[in-house]
Design a protein around this ligand. Structure first.
Ligand SMILES: *[C@@H]1O[C@H](CO)[C@@H](O)[C@H](O)[C@H]1NC(C)=O
Length: 228
């Protein structure tokens, strides 16, 4: 059928579209307004925990991780939140041009908590996200570049690098670093950043499969205790 270029403009079609756009906007504002209902962690308590771990076991990531996980399991009863205590469950991660690996401690729709890092160092784009991100350095250094400030930002063990929602920087995990990364907001909107490289670059379907499997499993475990 030929395009009906001669058809008169239909005001109802434009009204429907306008209502649709306004509806999406209202839905997003509503979801944005309620997201903090499900937050369990606070950036402050996780920062205090990361600092305590760094004080107890400076430079020793193999001791820091169990310290953090046992603190979290003691602080947060399994009736309020599901935590993944299997610290051998690492997956490789490629995103924004940077590469490292992560151990997912907690994943729900509104929060995640992971250990992220690499002993090799890596560098890339933070990505632009709908979440607030708190990168608590455990070992090594993270550097960041946030023009027009031309001096590099340096974050050391015990420091937290807060990247507010919508913020973008260049970052570098300098000569190897590991961090306790906490993100809060609507997490599913980040997934294309975290997972997209498998299709456009790495073809590492093995890591993709395990990342999706663990994330889905932890989301379901949290959902079952009423934590979204
Ligand atoms: C967990 O770590 C925090 C921060 O260091 C501390 O205040 C809290 O007492 C610890 N909880 C347990 C159960 O060890």
């Amino acid at each position: 059928m030929p395009a009906r270029t001669d058809a008169p403009a239909n005001p109802f079609k434009w009204a429907t579209r306008a209502i649709f756009v306004v509806g999406i906007y209202l839905l997003c504002s509503f979801l944005d307004g309620i997201k903090d209902r499900w937050y369990v962690f606070t950036p402050e308590s996780l920062h205090a925990l990361a600092q305590a771990a760094v004080r107890e076991h400076p430079g020793d990531i193999d001791a820091i991780i169990p310290y953090i996980v046992s603190n979290l399991t003691a602080e947060y009863p399994s009736s309020t939140i599901a935590l993944n205590t299997d610290s051998s469950e690492w997956v490789l991660s490629n995103a924004g041009g940077a590469m490292g690996a992560m151990y997912i401690i907690h994943a729900s729709i509104t929060e995640y908590l992971i250990i992220f890092g690499t002993p090799l160092g890596t560098e890339g784009h933070t990505g632009m996200h709908t979440v607030d991100d708190y990168f608590n350095i455990l070992v090594g250094e993270q550097w960041a570049f946030d023009p027009p400030n031309l001096a590099r930002e340096v974050y050391r063990p015990g420091d937290v690098h807060h990247l507010p929602r919508g913020g973008v920087k260049q970052y570098k995990c300098h000569e190897g670093c590991f961090a306790l990364e906490y993100a809060r907001g609507w997490v599913p909107l980040m997934l294309p950043f975290g997972l997209g490289d498998v299709f456009s670059s790495t073809l590492d379907y093995w890591s993709f499969y395990h990342t999706v499997r663990i994330t889905a499993r932890e989301n379901i475990r949290n959902f079952l205790v009423g934590k979204i």
